[in-house]
Design a protein around this ligand. Structure first.
Ligand code: NAD
Length: 367
C-alpha cells in the first residue's frame, strides 16, 4: 500500500528542517519498505508570495488526498503587514479546519541526554513521557457570540464564548482513552467545573464515556489550574492529559518546557480514526519559523523528525519503525552530538544538515 505524504515546508527554518525530514523518509523507503510517495507544496508567507494566499486550492487538494501532511513552520517579519485573512497562520488554520483535525497531541518526553537542559530538577523530569491531548476545533477560540462591542462613552465590551457539545467532548475523550490503552493506561481529564458549566459538562461526558467503553483505563479529573501546578511539581504522575482548547493551549506549553528545548518538540493534529489509524493527519514541530536563525544552517531538525516518527505511529501504524527512529535520535544525543540550541558543556555542536546525517547514520547502526 502506498503511503501518501505531503510536505509543506512553509517559511524560515521550515525549509531547512524539512529537507532533513525528507532524507529520513527516503531512508525508511529504502530500508524499511515504507512505500511513501512524497509531494511538496507551499504554505504560509511563501505561498502568499507565489499565490496571494497562505495556502492554494491545489495544496489543499493535495493535503486532502494525503495520508499525512508534514508541516514545517510559517510566519516571519516579511509578512507582518499582510491582510489578516491572508496572514501566514491562515494556511495552518485552513488545514486544521478543512481536514477536521480536532485532536492535538503534544508529547513531552525527556531524552536522558537532555535532562540537564530542563529548568526543573533531574529527579522531577528524568524518564518523563506524557502526552497532552488538546481539543483543537471548538471551545472559546471559536464560540459565538464573539467580538468587541462599542458601548458608547468610551466604554467597550470584549466577548468570547466557551461552548462545547456532547459529541465534541466524547470524540476527544475517545482519542485520549485509545491513546492511553497503548501507553500506561491512565487518563487525566482537566477542566474548571467549579466555575464553568462547560467544564461541568466536560467532566460528566468524559465520566460517561469512560463508564460505557473504557472502564479498563484509569481515569481521574483535575481542575486545570491545579493541573498546571502539578505539571511542574510532579509531571511523572501523568500519562495522558485530555483537556479543552483554551486550557490545552496553556498546559501543553507548560509541559513543553519541561523537556528543555523548543527544537525537540513534535506534535500531531488528528481527525477521526479508522480502527486506531489516523489518515489525513498533520504533523508539525511546535516551534515557529525562527527568523532570527534562518539561513544559518543551525536550526535543530529533531522536532520535525520526531513529528515524522509520530506520523509513522499514528497514520501508518508503523509502531516499530517509530520506535527505531526515536531510538536513533536518542543515540545521537547520547553520543554528544547537538545543534546549538541544545548544546551542553562537552557536546559537539553540529549543523542542521549534519544532525540529519547523524540520524541517518544512527538508523543504519540500528538496522
Ligand atoms: P519561534 O519558535 O520561531 O522561535 C523562538 C526561539 O526559539 C527563537 O530564538 C528561535 O531561534 C528558537 N528556535 C525555534 N525553533 C528552533 C529550532 N528548530 N532550532 C533552534 N532554535 C529554534 O517563535 P517566534 O520567534 O515567537 O516566532 C517566529 C515566527 O514563527 C512568527 O512569525 C510566529 O508567528 C511564527 N510561529 C509559527 C508557528 C507555526 O508555524 N506553527 C508556531 C509558532 C510561531
Amino acid at each position: 500500500m502506498t503511503n501518501k505524504i505531503l510536505i509543506l515546508p512553509g517559511d524560515g527554518i521550515g525549509h531547512e528542517v524539512m529537507k532533513e525530514v525528507n532524507k529520513v523518509i527516503s531512508w525508511f523507503n529504502e530500508s524499511k519498505s515504507l512505500n511513501a510517495e512524497i509531494e511538496f507544496d507551499n504554505v504560509g508567507g511563501t505561498s502568499y508570495d507565489l499565490n496571494g494566499s497562505a495556502i492554494s486550492e491545489e495544496a489543499m487538494k493535495l493535503a486532502k488526498d494525503s495520508d499525512a501532511v508534514l508541516f514545517g513552520a510559517v510566519g516571519g517579519p516579511k509578512w507582518d503587514n499582510v491582510e489578516y485573512e491572508n496572514r501566514p497562520e491562515a494556511g495552518l488554520l485552513r488545514l486544521r479546519k478543512d481536514l477536521d483535525l480536532f485532536a492535538n497531541l503534544r508529547p513531552a518526553i525527556c531524552f536522558p541526554a537532555l535532562v540537564d537542559a530542563s529548568a526543573l530538577k533531574r529527579e522531577i523530569i528524568e524518564g518523563l513521557d506524557i502526552v497532552i491531548v488538546r481539543e483543537l476545533t471548538g471551545g472559546i477560540y471559536f464560540g459565538e457570540p464573539r467580538g468587541i462591542e462599542d458601548l458608547g462613552s468610551g466604554n467597550r465590551r470584549g466577548i468570547n464564548t466557551q461552548v462545547y457539545e456532547t459529541w465534541e467532548i466524547r470524540r476527544i475523550a475517545e482519542v485520549a482513552f485509545e491513546l492511553a490503552k497503548k501507553r500506561n493506561n491512565k487518563v487525566t481529564s482537566s477542566e474548571k467545573r467549579n466555575v464553568m458549566e462547560s467544564g461541568l459538562l466536560w467532566n460528566e461526558e468524559v465520566t460517561k464515556i469512560h463508564k460505557e467503553k473504557y472502564s479498563d483505563v484509569d481515569l481521574d479529573h483535575m481542575l486545570a489550574d491545579n493541573c498546571g501546578m502539578q505539571l511542574v511539581r510532579w509531571p511523572k504522575q501523568f500519562d495522558v492529559i485530555v483537556t479543552d482548547n483554551l486550557f490545552g493551549d496553556m498546559l501543553s506549553d507548560v509541559a513543553a518546557m519541561l523537556t528543555g528545548s523548543l527544537g525537540m518538540l513534535p506534535s500531531a493534529s488528528l481527525g477521526k480514526s479508522n480502527n486506531g489509524i489516523f489518515r489525513n493527519a498533520l504533523y508539525e514541530p511546535v516551534h515557529g519559523s525562527a527568523p532570527d536563525i534562518e539561513g544559518q544552517g543551525i536550526a535543530n531538525p529533531l522536532a520535525s523528525i520526531l513529528s515524522f516518527a509520530m506520523a509513522l505511529r499514528y497514520s501508518f501504524s508503523k509502531e516499530e519503525d517509530a520506535d527505531i527512529l526515536e531510538k536513533a535520535i536518542s543515540n545521537v544525543l547520547d553520543a554528544g552530538l547537538r545543534t546549538k540550541d541544545i548544546a551542553t558543556k562537552g557536546s559537539k555542536v553540529i549543523s542542521t544538515v549534519e544532525m540529519g546525517d547523524a540520524v541517518i547514520s544512527s538508523l543504519n547502526d540500528l538496522s
